[in-house]
Ligand binder design. Structure first.
Ligand code: SF4
Length: 307
């Protein structure tokens, strides 16, 4: 072999090696033998441009011919680290967890979602006929009213005649007294609290709700509480207290101290209707409200005693 032929062979080998390395960097790991001629054909002035990267989903079957298999090229860039794991925002602790360490409501409803969710629930309640007698005798359901961001929620027993007439909770004489207890006694506008009842339909003759009626309806109240998520509850009267605190103790044993409902600090006091019948109990009711106010950081307004 002449010296010129040797030179040509070395150049051809170098061009072939550069071409194969270039293809390797482009992700080609094997080529048919017939293509070697094309690669090694005319000696280019510069190595060929990298071939387009083949689709990763369809790798070609590996050839058994050892000489046709290119070594797996190293990655052109070091593998990028996986993206940082995005943690879901941690839900705030239950309302009362920091106060009493008891599990509370499972889910926090964003403030902007509360009114729409309550509206959907109220519409569901308005169509409810689970209690046949109450559904047949009511004029309308009484869902509840107040601020969807209320810190304090009052819960009574059931609508009376005035409530059945208007569709609003605690109107009429007992409602006026409750409004005074909240506004004049505690110094909070009534619109800033939330007011609801255990039952959403009026029992005929204002009779005490039957256990079956309570069982039928309590889920609506539970959903109201879960949506509004008040920081404090005030249960008005024995029915509300016995149902939510699951106790048969008389109201006199329940008032004047803290309880918990779903982890929410809860105070029990007399129903305004009972206070209208027994004005001497207003002193005790005022003491109960003062316990609430102290926990809520509320100072009594100038007029300290409602009613
Ligand atoms: S009291 Fe409650 S459960 Fe019974 S019919 Fe009325 S809304 Fe339905």
């Amino acid at each position: 072999m002449t010296e010129a032929a040797d030179d040509e062979r070395r150049v051809l080998a170098r061009v072939l090696r550069q071409s194969l390395e270039s293809l390797g960097r482009a992700g080609v790991d094997r080529i048919p033998i017939a293509s070697l001629g094309a690669i090694a054909g005319p000696i280019p002035a510069r190595p060929a441009s990298p071939a387009p990267r083949p689709a990763p989903a369809a790798p070609a079957p590996r050839s058994p011919e050892v000489g046709n298999t290119l070594p797996t090229p190293p990655p052109s860039r070091p593998a990028e680290p996986p993206p940082p794991r995005v943690e879901r925002p941690t839900l705030p602790p239950p309302v009362a967890a920091s106060l009493f360490g008891e599990p509370g409501l499972a889910e926090v409803v964003p403030e902007t979602d509360r009114a729409p969710q309550l509206a959907v629930l109220a519409a569901e309640v308005s169509r409810c006929t689970r209690c046949a007698e109450l559904a047949a005798t009511r004029k309308q359901t009484v869902f509840g009213e107040g601020s969807v961001t209320a810190r304090l929620m009052f819960i009574g027993e059931a609508p009376g005649a005035d409530e059945d007439e208007t569709g609003r909770p605690f109107v009429g004489r007992s409602g006026a007294l409750l409004t005074d207890m909240i506004g004049k006694g505690m110094g909070i506008p009534r619109a800033e609290v939330y007011i609801a009842n255990i039952l959403k339909s009026r029992p005929p003759g204002n009779r005490t709700p039957e256990p079956e009626e309570v069982a039928n309806c309590i889920g609506y109240l539970e959903r109201q509480v879960a949506i509004i998520r008040p920081q404090f509850l005030c249960l008005l009267g024995k029915t509300a207290a016995s149902v939510l605190l699951e106790t048969a103790l008389p109201l006199g044993k329940l008032r004047g101290k803290w309880h918990r409902y779903r982890g929410i600090p809860t105070i029990v006091t007399y129903h305004p209707s009972a206070l209208l019948r027994n004005p001497a109990w207003k002193k005790d009711a005022w003491e109960d409200l003062q316990i609430l106010m102290q926990a809520m950081g509320i100072k009594p307004p100038d007029r300290k005693r409602p009613g």
